[in-house]
Ligand binder design. Structure first.
Ligand code: HAX
Length: 440
């Protein structure tokens, strides 16, 4: 067993003991009430999930094992001469609960490089789809094709004890994460670069190798990838991609099946596809105004037009956050250092100045501030990655770190199959009429 796996098992065993006594001593304590409005409106704010890897505060933003994004940028190991955190380090932190050493991060980089070989039939499966297929559909299909490699599924079929589930889930997690950049880069080169593929470079870290296989060797882009793949990794457990992965995993579906479920959710425009939508919205704005750098007045008019057409302003709003997303701020800081004069970046910053008061004035949008997706496209475009329908795949590669680390935790803690209670409107009507619960 590798030493990271051993460390994970040791902390998970301790945590399992803590949870056991919490349930024994406090299991019948009530966390919150659930209103009828919450049941109808996306279960917003109902505390009903345990996710150990990160926690979201609506005003402060995400913390990974207690560390904010600025703290991670400072404390996580970096490549020599680099300024941005290595996502390998964040994965270790989410799994083990401590900031890793440089040696730990190098160990994970090397493990992922060693496991990154993708079987040819996965590429054949991708090739069976029309090139025009959306990259997220190609990505989900490829992950499903990889499922034939699942160690968990094989072991389960052969018959294993519940106590061993975590070990096979861990192995699948490490292999799947190792292979995702190769799969994603293959889809990128297939769709946009005439199938002119680039072989991996096992000496590079996970993000730099991904950039290299997509065909980007600029050091600034590699740094962007390290930051991007770190900040998109996790956003506690209730968001669609994390929850879908966790839900499907609770049926003991393996890492490949569970992660595919998360990715089909990430592909929705109200979730991960918003990064593609933001850049399209900005380009439409530029086209309509006939300028690369529309004025704040022109942007304001365009936002009002978008709202009057009954559309959302992509990149703004959030189900939980009520302030500017710190993932937006981290990208803004990166842009200030690397590309402050880029016209798309400047437009993103101008939208940031103009949009919140307009969105707030509608009186119904609960969070008028930008989310993670409002900035990412402008940075990618700056480095030449202009194919915006690929952006959600990048998000998906990063999201694997959080949702798969969480799946390892789910199996190590022996979490139960998820099965909340649903009701019909007739049930609600009877409940309201009687003023008390009616047996379902
Ligand atoms: N533009 C226009 N209207 C918006 C809006 C926006 N950016 N954000 C919210 N609203 C509207 C909602 O559509 C809703 O309208 P109706 O009452 O007519 O249905 C109303 O304001 C109240 O919504 P809310 O309670 O503030 O927000 P929700 O929790 O329902 O939804 C969303 C959160 C993120 C889905 C929403 O803000 C949105 O659609 N934003 C634009 C898309 C986007 O950026 N998504 C990415 C979110 C981050 C993420 O998951 N990234 O992966």
């Amino acid at each position: 067993m590798g030493y990271v796996k051993e460390r994970f098992k040791a902390v998970a065993d301790t945590q399992a003991g803590v949870i056991k006594s919490i349930i024994a001593e406090h299991g019948d304590k009530v966390l919150d009430k659930v209103t009828i409005a919450q049941a109808y409106q996306g279960m917003r704010g109902i505390p009903g999930l345990i996710t150990e890897t990160s926690l979201l505060d609506s005003n402060e933003g995400i913390r990974f094992r207690g560390f904010s994004i600025p703290e991670l940028r400072e404390k996580l190991p970096k490549v020599e001469g680099g300024n941005e955190p290595l996502p390998e380090g964040l994965f270790y932190l989410m799994l083990v609960g401590e900031i890793p050493s440089q040696e730990d991060v190098d160990h994970i980089s090397a493990t992922w490089a060693r496991r990154s070989h993708v079987p040819n039939y996965v590429f054949d499966t991708i090739e069976a789809l029309p090139v025009s297929t959306h990259p997220m559909t190609q990505f989900c299909t490829a992950v499903l094709a990889l499922q034939t490699e699942s160690k968990f599924a094989k072991a389960y079929e052969e018959g294993i004890s519940k106590k061993e589930y975590w070990s096979y889930m861990y192995e699948d997690t490490m292999t799947l994460i190792a292979r995702l950049p190769r799969v994603a880069a293959y889809i990128y080169r297939r769709k946009y670069k005439n199938g002119d593929h680039i072989q991996p470079d096992g000496m590079l870290d996970w993000s730099a190798n991904f950039a290299h296989m997509m065909g980007y060797n600029d050091e600034g882009f590699k740094e962007l990838m390290r930051l991007y793949l770190t900040i998109h990794a996790d956003h506690e457990g209730g968001n669609v991609s994390a929850h879908a992965t966790h839900l499907v995993g609770s049926a003991l579906s393996d890492a490949y099946l569970s992660f595919t479920a998360g990715m089909t959710g990430l592909a929705g425009p109200l979730h991960g596809l918003a990064n593609q939508e933001v850049i399209r919205w900005i380009e439409e704005l530029q086209r309509e105004i006939g300028s690369d750098c529309p004025t704040k007045e022109q942007i304001a008019d365009y936002i009002k037009k978008t709202l009057s057409e009954g559309k959302v302003v992509p990149g703004y709003g959030h189900a939980v956050l009520r302030k500017t997303d710190p993932r937006f701020t981290a990208q803004m800081e990166f842009a200030k250092t690397h590309c402050p004069d880029d016209p798309v970046v400047k437009t993103v910053w101008n939208v940031y100045e103009v949009a919140p008061p307009i969105l707030e004035s509608t009186g119904k949008i609960k969070n008028p501030w930008p989310n993670v997706d409002a900035h990412s496209g402008a940075l990618l475009k700056h480095y030449g990655l202009v194919e915006e329908d690929f952006y959600t795949v990048l998000f998906g590669v990063s999201r694997a770190l959080g949702v798969l680390a969480s799946l390892c935790w789910d199996r190590a803690l022996g979490f139960a199959i998820e099965r909340p209670k649903s009701m019909t409107t007739e049930w609600i009507q009877k409940f309201v009429a009687k003023g008390e619960a009616v047996a379902g």
